[in-house]
Write a protein that binds this ligand. Sequence first.
Ligand code: GLY
Length: 357
Amino acid sequence: MKNISINLKDVSYNIFIEEGLLNKLGSLFKQNFKSKKVVIVTDDNVNKYYGDKVLEQFTLNGFDTHKIVLKHGEKSKSLSVAEQIYGELVEFNINRDSMLVALGGGVIGDLTGFVASTFLRGIKYVQIPTSLLAQVDSSVGGKVAVNLNQGKNLVGSFYHPSAVFIDPIVLNTLEKRFFSDGMSEVIKYGCIKDEVLFNRLDNNIATPDNEKFMEEIIYTCCNIKKMVVEKDEKDLGDRMILNFGHTIGHAIEKYYNFSNYSHGEGVAIGMYNICKISESKGLTIKDVSDRIRKILIKYNLPYDMPNVEQDEILKAIKTDKKTMDKGLNFIIIEDIGKVFLHNVKSEDIEQFLKMNL
Ligand code: GLY
């Protein structure tokens, strides 16, 4: 079993990665934790495939286990659903020694983490990510949140899981589009920190049924995330490099009210287009955007800006929640694997992006 240990100032936890891990989840959990009560939080899609299996793993190993099944989709990541979960936790007599188990993709992971961070002023939780995007990104690093009507992830905190259990086999039940969605974040890791990974993905097409290759890819990405998060847990500097492609990507997602493009698709378009811009300004060596375009095509990801009013996208970028008093930090790669932050003052953002989108 592959194991990555995340070591932060106040907490440490392990990421366990293995093909078939779900079959020994109960005993693995027992070896690592003393909790007697466990509450699994999942959604109706994931529950169909893995709900019973995970529940059985806990009950067979003697845990008093409850399961909460939510409606799938972003709408569940809300304060009202969090309130509904708090109510169920009270009914189940959950105490500070109990454990929440987030079984699902990013929505379930972020929401369960948020509930864990606030219920009884904080109880423990573990992540069992079932989407590629959650396995390589959102389940690691402790960002937990819910959405408000005014925007995504506006209420949340940094609250790390006690462990992350990753089984690449579950990727086989992901819709093809959502496998590609996760691959966009995987490609991002190659772009910012790992040319070897980028070339491997370019030369051998990763597919969900190649579990050994997926295990290695997930391990590599989680290791990069470990290094970044250990350096800058609270996202004040270096951690921002994980947002390569995200400023433009997020603006596109937002423009379409989060209905046309998935997160990974937005990021794919963002990575290619920010690279074209930085190439035109001499910040990135020539050809990099073309290498990115070619790899995105291989993984069925979009790269061209949608045909929308440039001003609308600019408006969405200028209201990005990552904008600070000093402007916006654009994540730029000089070459594949070489990333840096490039600050652009608020009043110059339009000029920086204009004519190139
Ligand atoms: N998903 C970006 C981060 O964890 O910082």
